[in-house]
Design a binder for this molecule. Structure first.
Ligand SMILES: Cc1cc2nc3c(=O)[nH]c(=O)nc-3n(C[C@H](O)[C@H](O)[C@H](O)COP(=O)(O)OP(=O)(O)OC[C@H]3O[C@@H](n4cnc5c(N)ncnc54)[C@H](O)[C@@H]3O)c2cc1C
Length: 481
């Protein structure tokens, strides 16, 4: 790493990515992702996130508790309502960098690991104290070096008629296959490492709880550098474009690149193992506080994105002077989703409490309600962008069209906005809207919103289970009596 003195700059982030990792894109093996023309804009976009934290240091950085060097707020192990308020301010600022379009900026996994580190009561259980110490050291490493992390926690299920690690699914899912003098060997696959090619480290931690009779080989949590031998990163098609920001404000910078990971007999050093066969800790870690911790970050990001979408839609309507009652209704609908999201975050923060070992997380209940609901709001918001934008989303000259000596004046005359709005302003608004909801990246991001916290259907089912455990339901017989 180029830096051990706290929050990195974009240049430092880029320098550290050239580490000989094995990344595959469209049949091509890439070892330096900073040098690939298709990825260039997105790498610079991620570098911009690191510069942004310095430009907004008052909100995004705090002194590291041990070294005093600047540290991203997402590494705070929250111990009070004040810590959660500090994180809130930072998460909101960081989300504004991409207006919520980047879902997996490093603060997402950082926040998760800060939460895990604050829970020795869970990670150390069943004689796992040594591995908990590994976690403490790892948290020190990532917070002092400001590393960029990806995570894969979902099993690569190919046959949905059996359990996630049963039958063929069990053969394919990541599991331990051996021990060495220095660690363990793992084999299998995991989905889906968003930011994988642009991360320093891969983290693996529990996803859905595993059934009690699951072989212990599947109950794993660890972290390794992305250039670890045997780790293969298969990128989906890249939707970023290396073009002017003015033409494609999101696609030119913010494709966070999802990837499928194959572990082809990968050795995990002993000091990087956090859970190895400890099924009880594996199943408790995600069900006792994780939601209250991580959803502070995700709900703030979602609200920033919805507020941006609201304003973008208002500006689209103003550009064509199209305000009518049905349009007002659609605009109010997006604002309502943003306001509800803000209320959920506030309620969860207001009822924050100590969850164990002195660590504070937000109340989980409001987030349980938001988790399966938000995907629908995001999909509906994109649909409104398209309804309001109509053909205007495609009648959108580029910067080069506008600047052209011969053609530019005709565009200024024929593709202009209502009232005093110029052709240039009109193009800017509708190009932004298309890139937000309709471009290849816009579609991918909609899929992300549908699934990044597990499918809505699954989570509604979980909420029913929570409701059944919460209390006895006697309202109907009480009323009828
Ligand atoms: C763009 C994107 C980025 C991602 N990034 C990451 C990442 O960085 N790290 C990571 O670990 N994962 C990531 N994921 C993976 C994500 O966590 C999974 O896609 C998600 O958990 C859904 O998995 P699944 O297909 O198994 O969904 P399922 O839960 O199987 O849902 C798929 C569909 O099947 C049906 N269904 C299945 N099971 C049930 C059930 N029990 N009850 C009701 N309906 C059911 C529903 O119709 C549902 O819509 C990403 C996914 C996407 C799309």
């Amino acid at each position: 790493m180029s830096n051990t003195t706290g929050a990195r700059t974009g240049d430092q982030f880029m320098a550290d990515l050239n580490d000989g990792r094995e990344v595959w894109l469209d049949g091509q093996k890439i070892t330096d992702v900073t040098d690939h023309p298709a990825l260039a804009g997105s790498v610079r976009g991620m570098a911009g996130y690191f510069d942004y934290q310095h430009a907004h240091a008052d909100e995004c950085l705090v002194p590291h508790p041990e070294t005093g060097a600047p540290m991203n707020i997402s590494h705070i192990v929250p111990k009070s309502a004040h810590d959660l308020a500090t994180r809130h301010r930072g998460f909101e600022s960081l989300a504004r960098y991409s207006m919520g379009m980047l879902g997996r900026t490093p603060d997402y996994v950082n926040c998760t690991f800060a939460g895990f580190t604050g829970r020795p009561d869970i990670v150390s259980m069943n004689g796992n104290e040594e591995c908990y110490e590994n976690l403490v050291q790892y948290h020190r490493l990532i917070s002092t070096n400001d590393l960029s992390l990806t995570h894969t926690i979902v099993q690569p299920v190919v046959d949905k008629s059996v359990g996630d690690v049963e039958g063929i699914n069990g053969d394919l899912a990541l599991h331990k296959v051996g021990e060495t003098a220095d660690g363990i060997v793992v084999r299998g696959a995991k989905i889906l490492a968003t930011l994988g090619p642009f991360s320093d480290e891969l983290t693996v931690y529990p996803g859905q709880p595993l059934p009690a009779d699951t072989p212990p080989e599947y109950a794993l949590s660890f972290a390794i550098p992305m250039n670890t031998p045997g780790l293969k990163t298969l990128c989906r098609d890249h939707y970023g474009v290396d073009g002017p920001v003015a033409d494609r404000p999101f696609s030119s910078r913010f494709d966070e690149q999802d990837a499928f990971l194959i572990f082809d007999d990968v050795e995990i050093p002993r000091n990087r193992i956090f859970l190895d066969g400890n099924l009880e800790a594996y199943n408790r870690l995600m069900t006792h506080g994780w939601v209250g911790n991580i959803m502070q970050q995700t709900s703030i990001r979602a609200r920033v994105k919805l507020e941006f979408a609201y304003e973008l839609c208002v500006r689209m309507v103003e550009t064509v002077n199209g305000m009518r009652p049905d349009v007002e209704q659609m605009l109010g609908e997006i604002w309502t989703y943003a306001a509800l999201t803000r209320s959920v975050t506030r309620a969860a923060e207001a009822d924050a409490r100590e969850f164990g070992s002195g660590t504070w997380f937000c109340d989980e209940k409001p987030f349980h309600a938001l988790r399966p609901t938000m995907p629908g709001w995001m999909v509906r918001t994109n649909s409104i962008v398209k309804d309001l934008g109509s053909h205007n989303l495609l009648a959108t000259p580029t910067r080069a069209d506008l600047d052209h000596d011969e053609f530019g004046p005709l565009i200024s005359e024929f593709i202009t906005g209502a009232g005093a709005i110029t052709a240039e302003e009109r193009a800017e608004i509708f190009r932004t809207a298309w890139d937000f909801a309709g471009s290849a990246l816009g579609s991918r991001t909609e899929l992300y919103e549908r699934f990044y916290l597990a499918s809505a259907s699954r989570m509604y089912g979980v909420n029913h289970m929570i409701a059944q455990r919460e209390r006895e339901w006697n309202l109907v017989p009480t009323f009828l009596a």
